[in-house]
Design a binder for this molecule. Structure first.
Ligand SMILES: [Zn+2]
Length: 327
């Protein structure tokens, strides 16, 4: 039995897409409260949620959608990594077991406090200043990205008073298999690339992967929190899986080809960063590098400049470490 798209649960924060029998992706609507994508899996007798979005408003809609689609409350929630847009919604799943890697559990408190502090302290003049900065940007793609970031942060600020960080209850090291009455799913980590610890959810029988932020589809990836070289290694592991359908952490539902596209993005930026660094330019100049042609119309354009800074800083740190290591 397939639910027609018109009958799938609706939210202003995300669009629900059926990606398999008893499996759905909640794809974030730009500029709303979800920011990151999520997954809903009916294991048979148990319901699993993969990532919990950014604001409690979006997470509540996700919980309602999951309950409508599977007919029960979620018993498992998985956090793919520590970033706020994948874990802050944990607070609305208060009776579920929350699972992450041990590394992600370590990173969640400190990693999120910075964002929460900003949101709690952000007042209307601060938002107004960001709105004016965005309005002054001439590039329409970058302007839109900045306006969407701002709209999402306004959503979060609206619920700042009620927010708290619900940490995972259960951790795993390399992999964990969860069994339901009708299917099993595998949680896998190959280490960290996007962040120091990233996990994915794999449904082998369905050849379906929830990739978390190891895959951004037609959107700039955030490269300043992890290690891009490790990320490339991890993509090599991911490529070995049989995948027909891939749900990225950001962007629409895609397929195995998204892994090669993610690899090309990281490699292009690493090469560009090296070229800028080796030409003797400053970090500020690196940050002003124009977005390369294939990525000109991609979402999250505001992430490109911080990515160039991160790559530049990495090369500079490596060079000074090499110098210090010389006899
Ligand atoms: Zn992330």
């Amino acid at each position: 039995m397939t639910t027609p798209a018109s009958e799938l649960p609706a939210s202003r924060h995300f669009t629900v897409r059926r990606v398999g029998e008893g499996v759905w992706a909640a794809i974030a609507t730009p500029g709303a409260g979800a920011f990151g994508n999520a997954g809903i899996v009916d294991l048979g007798g148990e319901t699993l949620i993969f990532d919990t979005m950014y604001t409690p408003q979006a997470a509540r809609d996700l919980r309602i959608a999951a309950e409508r689609l599977t007919g029960r409350r979620a018993s498992y929630v998985v956090n793919s990594h520590y970033h706020v847009d994948h874990v802050l919604g944990n607070m609305v799943f208060d009776d579920a077991t929350i699972i992450s890697t041990a590394g992600t559990l370590d990173l969640i408190p400190d990693g999120n406090e910075e964002t929460l502090d900003y949101i709690r302290s952000a007042d209307e003049p601060a938002f107004q200043e960001r709105a004016e900065a965005a309005a002054a940007v001439r590039d329409p793609v970058l302007r839109q990205s900045m306006e969407e970031d701002l709209a999402t942060d306004r959503e979060l600020a609206a619920s700042a008073a009620e927010m708290w960080t619900r940490a995972p209850d259960r951790t795993f090291e390399r992999s964990l298999t969860l069994h339901g009455a009708t299917r099993h799913v595998e949680l896998i980590t190959w280490g960290g690339g996007h962040t120091p610890s990233d996990a994915v959810l794999y449904l082998p029988e369905e050849r379906l992967l929830f990739a978390g932020d190891l895959i951004f589809h037609r959107m700039h990836a955030f490269m300043q929190y992890g290690d891009p070289v490790e990320w490339l290694r991890i993509l090599g592991e991911m490529e070995k899986l049989s995948i027909d359908t891939l749900v990225p952490g950001h962007g629409d539902v895609t397929d195995h080809g998204a892994i090669a596209a993610q690899r090309a993005y990281l490699e292009t930026l690493l090469a560009l960063g090296r070229e800028v660094y080796e030409s003797g330019k400053s970090e500020d100049e690196a940050a002003k590098t124009p977005i390369p042609e294939p990525y000109r119309d991609w979402g999250f354009a505001s992430a490109f400049s911080p990515n160039m800074r991160a790559i530049y800083a990495r090369l500079r740190d490596q060079a000074s470490a090499d110098e210090a290591g010389q006899p």
